[in-house]
Design a protein around this ligand. Sequence first.
Ligand SMILES: Nc1ncnc2c1ncn2[C@@H]1O[C@H](COP(=O)(O)OP(=O)(O)OP(=O)(O)O)[C@@H](O)[C@H]1O
Ligand SMILES: [Mg+2]
Length: 304
Amino acid sequence: MAERPHDIDATMAMLAAEDYVCGRALGCVAYLSLALGKPLFLEGEAGTGKTEIAKALAAGLGRRLIRLQCYEGLDAASAIYEWNFAAQMIAIRTAEAAGGAERGALQDELFSDRYLIRRPLLQAMEPHAEGPPVLLIDEVDRTDEPFEAFLLEALSDFQVTIPEIGTVRAPEPPVVVLTSNRTREVHDALKRRCLYHWVDYPAFDREMEILRARVPQIDARLSAEVVAFVQSLRDLDLFKSPGVAESIDWARCLIALDTVSLSPEVIADTLGAVLKYQDDIARVRGSEVARLLDEARARLGSMT
Ligand SMILES: Nc1ncnc2c1ncn2[C@@H]1O[C@H](COP(=O)(O)OP(=O)(O)OP(=O)(O)O)[C@@H](O)[C@H]1O
Ligand SMILES: [Mg+2]
């Protein structure tokens, strides 16, 4: 198990070693979250590195990553544990067919570890040889309020009681990262237990750094054009602005097409890597592409 970083710089360095580039503000909340054992609540636009930081933290700390992907209708059973009903039924049928099985023994057996399906929250509370895992509760805004209330409780005690088996208590609380795309406001009570950080689109230099880390084979000039163009797109009032994930995908597409430098033609051909809504694509395609490219180049020119 790797040592927990002892300050903000060490936290940022640990993340950088996992190819995760973050500014000081995010580095600071990440460090504090580890130092104080408080969950980290990250809210922000899509594709800005909210999920990725949990992966980088787990890899950097040498801990297991356990992910609870939230969705509408997610309930406690799917988040903590369930009994494997189908396997229990088969066991009952088999015992019946064999005859003579002792009912009491079968009953105990049916509610033993063997038939328990461990869902992410239970997994996160069990002991792990390498130390407490990183628990990623991803896209919490997709769940409903009752589930949030349940999470609130789970995050305060880090223990789960299974009536048939007993109480499972985390020997040490996991490192918790919650993310939200803010499709709705998450309740204050949940946020209050966490350290909050809004993950914004990165500034030019940081996005360049991210591309260097994630697409190391890219030429610096093409990378600068990609970032400047994507940043110009973000200034438009699009239905869905491109995130960092899109910049990375686009860069990879351009490399696959042996692109040396952006042109209106290659941009029009590859817009689908950057924009994911037909209305946005229709708006940008055509004369707007050339204008945006000029704007992006002017942006680059003013930097040199
Ligand atoms: N700061 C960063 N450093 C390195 N890579 C990054 C960074 N931010 C984003 N990325 C890259 O962008 C991709 C998308 O990031 P991620 O999935 O974490 O976004 P997200 O904020 O969780 O988006 P969504 O809200 O859509 O889930 C990652 O796979 C990663 O490669
Ligand atoms: Mg995500």
